[in-house]
Design a protein around this ligand. Structure first.
Ligand code: IPE
Ligand code: IPE
Ligand code: MG
Length: 255
């Protein structure tokens, strides 16, 4: 028998109760958390307060993802292009990351969450690297949700990194040119052992990928909302999942 979870969704047009099919909860949800700056601007606040408010949303969404039994949640927190922002903003983001990890890891650990990261973290301040590694060490044996933080992450950078590593394997004689296939490429990405995202959510209205999970999103369902990340609620996540469950994923084949 199917197991359903009902909830009220104020934003749904019909304003009626939406029911999620708990048997087909997506395995992997990836989120482009956008709109912190605009959220703050609207309120005449500095952009950094928008980022701070955005951290609260991460807390709520992680909790809800755990409750729904989602296995992987990847959040785009800092792109390879975000270094172009003023140093003050970049520093504030790094500080928030450290604060988040210091404050939340114990709680995340008690929820059974594994805290991982993707991206080239060697370019982040040492303290960020240390806190990320500590968080992973503390949580790696958990078997609940994997919270995957994309930091200094860029899809092109990831593919480049994979190509270099594969070339190196060939040079060392561990792999031959004919052995390279899609599986080999996937194994050399930062997301090794993580299934491709079922849904990519983007907040704040933009309809682009901004260099997120370029290889992995080949057949992901894209879902976007005008809601800015600090205003994104668990009911928005439920709405995204509901829409996902009503889509027809054909992967190029026929129904
Ligand atoms: C997303 O919010 C967070 C990061 C990119 C770090 P933005 O900072 O991009 O917010 P907007 O797009 O300027 O509103
Ligand atoms: C994408 O948002 C990166 C993150 C959410 C971390 P941006 O705000 O950087 O993307 P663009 O500049 O609008 O494409
Ligand atoms: Mg933005």
């Amino acid at each position: 028998m199917k197991n359903f979870l009902g909830f009220k969704n104020k934003k749904s047009k019909e304003n009626h109760e939406i029911t999620l099919d708990m048997q087909s909860i997506p395995k992997h949800i990836a989120i482009i958390m956008d709109g912190n700056g605009r959220w703050a601007k609207e309120k005449n606040l500095p952009r950094t307060l928008g980022h701070k408010a955005g951290v609260e949303t991460i807390r709520e969404i992680v909790k809800e993802s755990t409750r729904l039994g989602i296995k992987y949640l990847t959040v785009y927190a800092f792109s390879t292009e975000n270094w172009k922002r003023p140093a003050d903003e970049v520093n504030a983001l790094m500080k928030l990351l450290v604060e988040y990890l210091k404050k939340e890891v114990t709680e995340l650990n008690s929820q059974g969450v594994v805290v991982k990261h993707i991206g080239d973290i060697s370019k982040l301040p040492k303290i960020c690297q240390e806190e990320l590694n500590k968080a992973y060490e503390m949580t790696k044996n958990n078997n609940g949700l994997t919270l995957n933080l994309a930091l200094n992450y860029g899809g092109r950078n990831e593919i480049l990194h994979a190509i270099k590593n594969i070339s190196n394997e060939i040079k060392k004689g561990n792999l031959t040119y004919t052995e390279i296939d899609e599986k080999v490429i996937s194994k050399h990405l930062y997301t090794v052992n993580i299934p491709d995202p079922d849904i990519i959510i983007r907040t704040a209205g933009e309809q682009r990928l901004s260099n997120f999970l370029l290889w992995q999103c080949a057949y992901s369902e894209f879902w976007y909302t005008d809601t800015k990340w600090p205003d994104f609620k668990k009911t928005d996540l439920q709405k995204a999942i509901y829409d996902y469950q009503n889509r027809d994923r054909r992967y190029g084949g026929l129904k």
